[in-house]
Design a protein around this ligand. Structure first.
Ligand code: PLP
Length: 401
């Protein structure tokens, strides 16, 4: 037998398959109701629209799709992205300030490579997106946790921590933030706090990395203005994605930043993927041009709002009173706080044996916190939502006996 372990790099050795890739593998004959990842509602996928685009593509379009493209992305898509972002007050020159990425996840990886050195202080939400924490960890940063409440990141704590860091003669470099319907807790940062974050970034010379996959899935009115739309000095980098609003399988994400930063990010991308998939980029540009994206967002938002309501109603009747949650005003997740003596990591094992899965909250923190769980409502059917919540409710009540 090969002694595999001796070949790994220091970083590679840390890539042990995690709970989500082991416990939740499909098991033959066993049905699992998945309240796990932020996958798309399958009946709502724009299948017919994408099929039509390829059927109608010209020979020149096919040549462009099947050839290598520029690292920044297909020019037609970059123009569409610039117009789309302008609708949310973000100005980005398609020629030098936008890079198409393989989902936002690649953008996160690129930012961690280009901006983080070992030991750099990176400010993150507690909780925050687990796959961002894990991408940043590749560069061995020092995380500084900032608590999140129902109004987003607590800017008073942010200010206190920044002052403390300064008083110690140290410097924080970057703030990673998901202001709109953040993963995992779906909190929405108020305008006041958005302004405060930008002011603090100016005062302490931080760069901000704003991640906005969920802002478009807003149940009550238009998406609030992103930080990137209020940035005056080019210190906000902004990433968003097709994954939640149109299709995750297309793997279309993008990052916009000042041209200095995009130059470096583009060179980093060259080492990873050279350029994005031409088929997806062409389809994405056409979906924008034909108005399909504009139609798709309200359509899928309506579906998610209904599913959220079904989950909230089921939780109200089935969950014990000691479990607490806020009603999400957008996004795909419900974030549930359990009594301190309940570990959702343990609960998950029992739940999977009863045919229901969720994401344990511990994955979203840099420090050990075990009494939260994240429930996704975008993928399961309404019937499965009710059945799965009843099962979880029974398990929770047993644990609390
Ligand atoms: C906050 C956040 N950022 C980025 C991503 C990555 O999305 P994708 O790579 O599919 O665009 C996700 C996916 O769930 C997410 O929740």
């Amino acid at each position: 037998m090969l002694d595999s372990k001796k070949f790994y790099s220091k970083l590679g050795a840390t890539f042990e398959p995690g709970i989500m890739n082991t416990l939740l593998l499909p098991r033959p004959g066993a049905k699992l109701i998945r309240f796990t990842g932020g996958s798309y509602d399958v009946p709502s996928l724009p299948t017919a629209e994408v099929k039509r685009i390829f059927e109608e593509a010209s020979p020149q379009a096919w040549a462009e799709m099947l050839q290598y493209g520029g690292t920044a992305g297909m020019p037609s898509l970059l123009r569409e992205l610039s117009t789309f972002m302008a609708g949310h007050k973000i100005k980005a020159d398609p020629a030098k300030e936008i890079i198409v990425t393989t989902g936002s996840q690649e953008a996160i990886d690129l930012v961690s490579r280009v901006f983080i050195d070992k030991g750099d202080m990176i400010l993150v939400g507690a909780p925050t997106y687990l796959q961002a924490l894990s991408a940043f960890r590749q560069q061995y940063p020092k995380f500084v946790d900032i608590p999140i409440d129902s109004e987003g990141m607590d800017t008073q704590v942010l200010e206190e921590k920044l002052k403390k860091i300064k008083a110690q003669g140290k410097r924080a470099k970057m703030l990673y933030v998901i202001p709109s319907f953040q993963n995992p807790d779906s909190s929405l940062m108020t305008l006041e706090r958005r302004k405060a974050v930008l002011e603090l970034a100016e005062a302490h010379d931080l760069i901000i990395f704003e991640d906005n996959p969920y802002g478009y899935i807003s149940f009550e009115g238009p998406m609030p203005t992103p930080l990137a739309g209020m940035d005056k000095s080019g210190r906000v980098m902004y990433t968003s994605t097709f994954s939640k609003m149109v299709s995750p399988g297309m793997r279309i994400g993008w990052i916009t930043a000042n041209p200095e930063f995009t130059g470096h990010l583009m060179e980093a991308k060259n080492n990873i993927s050279i350029c994005n998939d031409g088929l997806s980029q062409y389809a994405a540009a056409e979906l924008f041009r034909r108005g399909d994206v504009e139609r798709q967002i309200p359509k899928v938002t309506k579906v998610y709002r209904k599913k959220r309501d079904v989950m909230l109603e089921a939780m109200k009747t089935s969950f014990p009173k000691k479990a607490k949650w806020d009603e999400p005003k957008g996004g795909l997740f419900l974030w549930v706080k359990l009594p301190r003596n309940i570990s959702s990591d343990e609960l998950l094992k029992d739940a999977v044996s009863k045919g229901v899965a969720f994401v344990p909250g511990s994955l979203f923190f840099t420090k050990p916190v075990h009494n939260y769980m994240r429930l996704n409502y975008s993928l399961p059917s309404e019937d499965d939502i009710v059945t799965g919540i009843q099962t979880l409710g029974r398990l929770l009540k047993e644990k609390l006996k």
